[in-house]
Write a protein of this length. Structure first.
Length: 186
């Protein structure tokens, strides 16, 4: 076996799409287990997600960022909401020219007729989620004061070039598995 073949076997290419939820957490856990059993050291992962549950996204971020597998993440279309946090688990991060990111604060819908104490609990939970996600954002990216201002009160949309300027991605380039490399969906 040549050195190139040996190196290729230590790398693998994956797609990860859908809502960030307990099902995605399970799929990533299971896939990573197989990666470690197969001796895969680097996993190139194309992420496509409009977001989902904050706790599941934080779990995936912490798991992937500390995994023995080196995750390299790619955005080929849209990575939004809590999916941006899991995307940041990539030790290297890339986006296609036409890709977009969207970052915003947490939100929830209260049941009609909710009592003030129930609303307080919801607000406290949202503030806690925002503190957790913002600490990760600030660890990895540098937004302008204007961008942080938009994020404070609304949806912040970033093009691939804006994401590069902020440090969200290191390069604007496509997810392009080498010809003949296995491609698996997580």
């Amino acid at each position: 076996m040549s050195e190139d073949q040996a190196n290729q076997q230590k790398e693998a290419w994956f797609t990860l799409s859908g809502d960030v939820n307990s099902d995605m957490v399970h799929r990533v856990f299971e896939a990573t287990s197989h990666m470690t059993e197969d001796g895969i050291e680097t996993a190139h992962v194309l992420v496509q997600s409009n977001g989902g549950y904050v706790s599941d996204g934080l779990c995936l971020y912490n798991f992937m960022a500390n995994s023995p597998v080196n995750f390299i993440t790619y955005n080929g279309g849209a990575v939004a909401s809590i999916a941006v946090i899991l995307f940041l688990a990539g030790r290297q991060r890339y986006a296609s020219e036409t890709a977009r990111f969207m970052i915003h604060k947490s939100h929830a819908t209260a049941s009609p007729g909710s009592r003030p104490d129930a609303l307080n609990i919801i607000v406290e939970g949202l503030r806690a989620d925002d503190a957790r996600t913002e600490s990760i954002l600030r660890k990895h990216i540098e937004l302008s004061p204007e961008q942080w201002g938009i994020h404070q009160y609304g949806d912040l949309h970033l093009t691939a070039r804006e994401a590069k300027a902020a440090g969200l991605v290191s390069e604007v380039t496509d997810f392009a598995p080498p010809r003949g490399a296995p491609l698996r969906n997580i």
